[in-house]
Design a protein around this ligand. Structure first.
Ligand code: HEC
Length: 166
């Protein structure tokens, strides 16, 4: 959304996704509070502040980055280890069976990831791609994948998309 060259269709689509995610955050914060037995008063206030930046992409980006920096993903599998030959062929099979059906289509104007998961994955830092991957494999009411994967599977998809997928 910080790119001037973004088409109106793509901008509207990204805006809709951002609003969607912003609306889900209070619920996620509540789950987090319950799971951790943590007081989320301060977090809730920060989420409200984040939601108030929805019309100003530069501020939204800044506040969201600060907030996500406070909650790094706890992920215990090494994401940097290159895949071995047998893992590459196994992960290629899994990807072709479980992901390619949707992610093969040429990127339309209403998507940034369909058809271009490889270069999309290489356009951002590790934490962000991991977060997106977790979001992607969790799915939504349309994809309903509900993340059937272990952290090791996720780590293999992580390296596969970054290193193998062209
Ligand atoms: C039923 C179709 C479908 C299948 C199967 C599917 N995806 Fe997706 N995926 C989508 C759609 C739709 C989106 C959202 C695309 C968009 O908004 O541009 C998405 C988004 C993503 C994203 C980006 C999330 C983000 O927030 O940027 C990732 C990463 C992803 N998928 C990975 C996978 C992986 C890995 C698999 C296989 C394990 C998979 N997907 C299987 C349809 C699918």
């Amino acid at each position: 959304m910080l790119e001037d060259s973004l088409s109106p269709v793509k901008r509207a689509w990204i805006e809709a996704r951002v609003i969607n995610e912003l609306n889900i955050l209070p619920l996620l914060a509540r789950y987090y509070g319950q799971e951790q037995g943590a007081d989320i008063t301060d977090l809730s206030a920060q989420i409200v502040a984040l939601q108030q930046t929805r019309q100003q992409p530069p501020e939204l980006h800044e506040v969201a980055s600060r907030l996500s920096g406070r909650f790094p993903i706890r992920f215990t599998v090494d994401l940097q280890r290159p895949l071995k030959i047998d893992e590459i062929s196994r992960t290629t099979d899994s990807f072709n069976q479980m992901c390619l059906g949707c992610h093969v289509a040429p990127a339309g104007d209403n998507s940034v990831v369909i058809g271009d998961l490889g270069s999309f994955s290489r356009s951002m830092g590790d934490q962000e791609w991991l977060a997106r991957l977790l979001g992607g494999v969790r799915g939504d009411s349309y994809t309903v994948l509900e993340n059937p994967f272990s952290d090791s599977d996720i780590a293999r998809f992580f390296r596969y998309t970054r290193d193998q997928l062209r």
